[in-house]
Design a protein around this ligand. Structure first.
Ligand SMILES: [Zn+2]
Length: 512
């Protein structure tokens, strides 16, 4: 039986260019997808752009361009950022133009309607245009949106409503049984409390006039377009072609061992409550895992264009390189907490762990094999003693990544780098090389350190895929090499090692 999984980022609004918070979610999800691929037969990684939002219409009006042009231009900027950071999704869904999405959202509406779950009703509420969300007065901070710090508008109109209240018990069952797991557990507990407190029906359409005619029309009601959540959330199954008998839907959703959504904490309710309830209404399987990351902050506040403190990831990449930015996001941010970003932090993580740590290890091991053994990894007959460290690190990384903790995984990887560097210092091959009777010990030391470097490259792959391949190529190994801790030494002796390249050149500390 084939084992497959689905994993997605949320689809960001594309009313502006991406900020560093988007970059964090992209690299986290890409790293999780690459890790899952080492364990499963196939993984589908989905990302995209949420284009049918009023926010996009307002941004286009301000920029004096058509909404279609604005979303196309900005969606491209998000795709370019993903490429720069070596995030390689299987599909990028654009919700205003993807025919599978339009068909899927419409079919989802019809299914929910057929289930008796959609009905028209008058609605009046406090609406934040930035969030495209109605807020209860109690949710506001000093009368302002907690995300945007702006005052919401009072809006009254007739909408279609979804009978969310009908799914309260089924949702609780899924959450409490662990059929739907929310990481971390504190978020799971928040969601369970929210559902237990009672679910009110939610508005799932808005007037086509207020939406400026932009959005997916409600089937059978031209006066309304779908409200952002039914439209946006269904992208996950729509992109797999669930209405079109697409084999990808069966393989990566219906039959998948895991269906994972990665998201920021601001949209957890929509993914943990509204989306599963919609799936229950339509009779489709629920996601299995929701991974909720925190926010990158500046002085303790969330990054965002509307707050005027956005950090441009393209600037950081231009200054320090994509490798340093991707590494810092994965190595220094706690997966479920908030954290401030500074350029000093990016540079320090890169220089300490990669330039001085792993990079130095690769360089000294390949240089010594060149100098003492003509560039060919020798066969060693003795036990080098590093095997247990490799097995321990591989297990610890596996366990950390299974729990979506990329930072802990990288810490375990760096522990093994430290152990390997210490091993080289302790065995001092430069002394062994001067004594003919120590040839066996020198061979063993070189073989074992080369094999540890190869293991490290394989373990590094989810986090820095390009660097991992460069290290493997330097070692004369196939770029696709996968680590099996039980046979971590096999196939290493006899390979020709290239002259060491500077895989992690030092970055100059930013001027203060
Ligand atoms: Zn808001």
């Amino acid at each position: 039986m084939e084992r497959t999984a689905f994993i997605s980022t949320t689809i960001p609004y594309v009313n502006a260019r991406p900020h560093l918070g988007h970059a964090l979610e992209f690299v986290e999800t890409d790293a999780y997808a690459r890790f899952m691929r080492t364990k499963l037969d196939d993984v589908f990684f989905l990302t995209g752009s949420d284009e049918n939002a009023l926010k996009n219409v307002l941004a286009a009006e301000a920029a004096k361009m058509s909404t279609a042009d604005l979303v196309a231009r900005n969606a491209r900027a998000f795709q370019d950022l993903q490429s720069a950071l070596r995030c390689v999704p299987d599909h990028f869904v654009r919700t205003s133009v993807d025919p599978l999405h339009l068909a899927g959202a419409t079919a989802m509406w019809r299914r929910m309607e057929a289930a008796g779950d959609l009905y028209p009703r008058d609605y009046e509420g406090l609406y934040c245009v930035g969030c495209e969300q109605f807020y209860e007065p109690v949710e506001l901070v000093d009368g302002r949106c907690p995300e945007h710090l702006t005052e919401p508008e009072r809006v009254r109109e007739q909408n279609w409503f979804f009978r969310l209240s009908r799914y309260q018990d089924d949702l609780l069952k899924s959450l409490e049984s662990g059929a739907l797991v929310i990481h971390p557990e504190t978020r799971r507990n928040e969601v369970i409390s929210f559902v237990r407190a009672g679910l009110a029906d939610i508005s799932v359409s808005r007037s086509a006039t207020r939406a400026r005619g932009w959005g997916i029309p409600v089937p059978g009601d031209d006066s309304q377009v779908m409200y952002v959540w039914i439209d946006a959330l269904t992208n996950y199954t729509n992109a797999l072609g669930w209405t079109a008998d697409d084999p990808r839907y069966q393989r990566f959703w219906a039959d998948a061992t895991q269906r994972v959504h990665v998201m920021g904490k601001g949209v957890i309710r929509f993914h943990a409550v509204y989306w599963p309830a919609m799936l229950l209404s339509a009779g489709l399987p629920l996601p299995t895992d929701l991974v909720v990351h925190g926010y990158i902050t500046a002085g303790g506040r969330k990054l965002g264009k509307s707050l005027g403190n956005a950090v441009d990831p393209d600037d950081l990449i231009a200054r320090y390189g994509a490798r340093a930015v991707r590494y810092a996001l994965l190595a220094t941010f706690a997966p479920f907490g908030d954290g401030d970003v500074t350029e000093e932090r990016i540079v320090a993580a890169y220089n300490t762990d990669l330039a001085n740590g792993l990079g130095n290890l690769v360089s000294r091991v390949t240089s010594m094999i060149g100098r003492y053994r003509g560039g060919v990894v020798p066969a060693g007959s003795l036990d080098g003693g590093l095997g247990p460290a490799v097995v321990t690190a591989a297990r610890a990384i596996d366990s950390a990544m299974t729990g979506y903790d990329h930072r802990a995984a990288i810490q375990h990887l760096n522990t093994l780098v430290g152990q390997a560097n210490a091993y080289v210092d302790e065995h001092a091959p430069w002394h062994l090389a001067k004594q003919a009777e120590e040839a066996d010990r020198l061979d063993t030391c070189l073989l074992h350190t080369a094999a540890v470097v190869r293991a490290l490259a394989a373990l590094l792959r989810p986090f820095l895929p390009d660097a991992a391949e460069e290290i493997l190529v330097t070692l004369g190994q196939p770029a696709s090499y996968r680590l099996d801790p039980g046979t971590w030494l096999s196939g290493m002796a006899g390979t020709a090692v290239e002259k060491p390249a500077a895989i992690f050149p030092r970055i100059d500390t930013p001027a203060t």
